[in-house]
Design a protein around this ligand. Structure first.
Ligand SMILES: [Zn+2]
Ligand SMILES: [Zn+2]
Length: 359
């Protein structure tokens, strides 16, 4: 960018003022350190976890900018970031690890520094539901958006695709095997798509909301089980000749669904958890259905894997038409109406699945 262009000093940001209160406020445009970048936001998605955060899920925060699903153009680059230039279109995953601490080097970048420490946006630093946002470890966390992709497509790689597909990847379903996805919100829907992409021969979606059931079918579910009308575990056993599934994906985050996953998994099967468990001190595992601890049933967990390499693969899936995440965009708002979008996401009214915010 030519130096003659005067840079703005302040920006609008959508913040959590304190537990239970949100609003738009003016903040300074962030400055990058040598290894960082600042991105000018073009498109973002509101996440149910933003509502959890405002509800107090991670404790008190004062005027922290919300948001962790956003794409944009590079506005300012740190001096040691190579291979990018200002103006490049980039997507940044919700999880922005440092890529050099012990946990990152061990292969667990979502647990950067400490458990869940890869999650920095709207947690330990300002999020990206703002006109500009800061990206740490930019070299590894900035992912170029392919020219053929629109921002409103690429933005799904930031969390929904990465988390949903991680649910399917961790479920370790063999080619032709079976998967059940509990909860078909946007993450569950991407888990359905992921199970299908990874070669599952039978994908069962567990969901009661008609619009979500319909999307689950479009993303590749062979059967949809309405848990409000039938016992989902019984239905899954019936659909698998009494065997249970190879992979049971928990994409909701509740005692009931985790338990159902353990029951629905066949011996040797995997329970793959990507649901956020926000309540209680403990979760219970049904002892007998877990083979009294000897049923070869594995429980795995994941937090939205980040980094440019994965982001590139996720965006390629969209570019090549393997997945169309934009089917989940039920609502569109300008950034000035972000608060309205947030309230809708909180109450889940009007059949909302994902609200897209355009800047
Ligand atoms: Zn999210
Ligand atoms: Zn790290």
């Amino acid at each position: 960018m030519p130096t003659t262009v005067s840079r703005v000093k302040t920006m609008q940001a959508f913040v959590m003022k304190r537990i239970g209160a949100v609003g738009v406020m003016e903040k300074p445009v962030p400055e990058p350190g040598p290894e960082d970048a600042v991105v000018k936001t073009t498109a973002a998605l509101i996440c149910t976890s933003d509502a959890h955060t405002v509800g107090g899920a991670i404790g008190e925060r004062e005027n922290i900018t919300l948001g962790h699903e956003a794409v944009g153009v590079i506005y300012k680059l740190g001096s040691s970031v190579k291979g990018f230039k200002e103006g490049d279109r980039v997507a940044v995953n919700a999880i922005t690890p440092c890529w050099r601490c012990v946990n990152c080097l061990r292969g667990y970048p979502s647990q950067c520094g400490q458990m869940l420490g890869g999650w920095k946006f709207a947690n330990v630093k300002d999020g990206n539901m703002a006109e500009y946002f800061h990206v740490n470890a930019a070299q590894a966390n900035l992912a170029p958006i392919p020219a053929a992709l629109k921002d409103e497509q690429a933005v799904y790689a930031c969390d929904m695709m990465s988390t949903g597909l991680a649910g399917a990847e961790r479920a370790a379903v063999p080619v032709g095997g079976s998967a059940a996805v509990f909860g078909c919100g946007p993450v569950g829907l991407m888990a359905v798509a992921g199970a299908r992409l990874l070669g599952a021969g039978l994908v069962i979606a567990v969901e009661s909301v008609p619009k979500r059931q319909e999307l689950a079918r479009r993303y590749g579910a062979d059967a949809v089980v309405d848990f409000s009308k039938q016992d989902p575990v019984k239905a899954i056993l019936e659909l698998t000749a009494g065997q249970g599934v190879d992979g049971a994906i928990e994409a909701l985050g509740s005692q009931a669904t985790l338990e159902a996953c353990v029951r629905a998994a066949r011996p040797g099967g995997t329970i793959s958890n990507v649901g956020y468990h926000g309540k209680g001190e403990y979760l219970n595992i049904p002892r007998l259905d877990w083979g009294v601890g000897m049923g070869d049933k594995t429980i795995r967990t994941a937090l939205c894997p980040g980094g440019a390499e994965r982001m590139g693969r996720l965006m390629r899936l969209v570019e090549k038409g393997r997945v169309d995440p934009t089917l989940m965009t039920t609502h569109r708002f300008r950034f000035k109406d972000v608060e309205k979008a947030f309230q809708l996401m909180k109450t889940k009214e009007d059949g909302i699945i994902k609200p897209l915010i355009l800047f």
